[in-house]
Design a protein around this ligand. Structure first.
Ligand code: SF4
Length: 179
């Protein structure tokens, strides 16, 4: 299943790469910027989680220990499942499992049109970053990506069907780990 998922990811990344290219004038993402991973709830499906853990196993023991320690800290401080948190896989402002990151992670930075007609803006618009120059009073004054890139839409989408992928249930990243 993970081999098929990798084939799916190749096509998915190509599609997302095209969106980033088309939107490049509005994108401020750069090496070392990790705002999207600093605070969020990071929904991951079961299949994405299996892939992420495959990546985790390739990390040097020291980095694995750091991720585990981050995870424990988040879990200890997370008094409510609704609380956002820093992703435990973020080490020194970099994703330690970049190749294995989730689908939502791959869309960070893009503004897209949801199926209900609303626009999903990246959080960093409020920090003067992505799309901030083309947003006024929370309204986007340019064309967003015209595909709903929410996780459910991706996992139920044409590409997932093409590869006959079963993503399984979705949970916040840290909720996949027992207490
Ligand atoms: S898995 Fe990587 S890209 Fe995704 S939120 Fe965590 S650190 Fe960021």
């Amino acid at each position: 299943m993970l081999k098929t998922y990798e084939k799916f990811l190749k096509e998915f990344d190509n599609r997302i790469g095209g969106y980033f290219k088309a939107q490049k004038d509005n994108i401020m993402c750069k090496e070392g910027c990790s705002g999207c991973c600093e605070i969020g709830d990071y929904p991951f499906t079961q299949l994405e989680m299996m892939y992420l853990m495959q990546g985790f196993k390739t990390l040097p023991p020291m980095v694995q220990r750091q991720v585990r320690s981050n995870l424990m800290q988040v879990k200890q401080n997370r008094v409510s499942v609704h609380l956002f948190y820093k992703c435990p896989f973020l080490i020194n402002n970099r994703c330690s499992v970049y190749k294995y990151r989730g689908l939502t992670c791959r869309t960070f930075g893009l503004a897209y049109l949801r199926d209900d007609g609303t626009v999903r803006l990246p959080e960093c618009v409020n920090d003067g970053l992505c799309y901030s120059k083309v947003t006024k009073d929370g309204i986007l004054c340019t064309e967003p990506v015209k595909e709903d890139l929410s996780l459910l839409n991706i996992t139920d989408g044409d590409l997932a069907k093409k590869y006959k992928l079963e993503f399984g249930p979705s949970r916040s990243l840290v909720d996949w780990f027992p207490n």
